[in-house]
Design a protein around this ligand. Sequence first.
Ligand code: SF4
Length: 443
Amino acid sequence: MKKKVFIKTFGCQMNEYDSNRIYDSIKNIGYSKTEEQSNADCYILNTCHIRDKAKEKVYHEIGRVKKIYKQKKKPIMVVAGCVAQAENEEMLNREPYIDIVLGPQSYHKINNLLKNFSVKKKEEETEFDSVSKFKFFDKIENKNNKVSAYLTIQEGCDKFCHFCVVPYTRGPEYSRPFNQIIKEAEKLVKNGAIEITLLGQNVNAYQHYENSKEYRISDIINKLEKFEELERIRYTTSHPKDMTDDLIDCYSSSKKLMPFVHLPIQSGSDRILSLMNRKHKVEDYLKIYSKLKNINSEIEFSSDFIIGYPGETEDDFQETLKFLEKIRFVNSFSFIFSPRPGTKAANLDIINKNVAKERLITIQKKLFNNQIELNRSMENKIVEVLVENRLNKQNKLFGRNKFLSSVIFEGNESYIGKVVKVNVESSNQNTLFGKIENNMKAA
Ligand code: SF4
């Protein structure tokens, strides 16, 4: 009988991609996925270290699992992902319920760990071995059959922003071989992907040398452009320093690269950017913005903001507000700074919590208003939507427009996997609602 695995994923698209690849791997040793968390032989928590109190959330989650399995046979408990990497064997010492701790660059070891599992022996694998990992996964088919698929092209980061754990949890920058990526993309398209999002913690830093040629993310985009069935290309997350001209040029040469750029700035104050070790200035960001807008005025931006970074004065915060007058973001993520253990900023004095809260409220009001207004400006207009799935509760279709905004509308399932025209009738901060255009026929 097949053994069952339950996988719970926290965090970003990269973790979602990793969870799918872990499953592709352990399927080969007899595991099948269960959606019921109470009947698994193996329980995998794929963790994220970006949010506040990540570590405590993982222990809390394990507490829940323990209760679920109190009267049953205990599953093999695997903690994977960035918290596993950051905490390593500490986790095994603190929580004996955990059997295996597996860092993000050691996922290729999971089959052996599960095959040789013994209740008496705890295992911890947190080496940074990206080369072996991707060599292993290159031989395992990516079984993803979603309309919109993720494809990791790069991992890790060498930039060491002072607030960020990524260089410590994902390791140094590693770019997968170009041909390996293209092979996986071909498979995804064959399995039905209409859209591919290229992933990396520093995705536009992608750089791979093969046969004396340098490959950049622009080469991947140009190659994917030629895939007939593929209609949309995206990438995330990028860094302003790596927005090189070859990538910017793709916005004029490619018809499939979506006119939407998620480019974190973090602060509108050069002083704070320097304290953060961001390696770019506000002016650099604005230059990229102008270059892209000159190529195509339709391009929209989203960003990330850290509010209340140690040392942020009222003047710095006002600079961030001023910056928002220059660029109206389609959407953005904004958080109050919270220290991550092991990072340089972890030991700095945090600013007054109430002040930080007030600033967050002020900036979010501005950002959310932008979103509401931009969504409203799309009402009574036709937008192109890639239909991803049916929302069961609402019996409606769900898809995304070019700028990654959610669109919900009525229609039958034969539209899934197609780009359709939707007439937007109403909107709120996060979603557009509408009707499919009458002349659109399901094929
Ligand atoms: S560039 Fe991004 S991933 Fe790298 S350290 Fe800075 S915030 Fe983290």
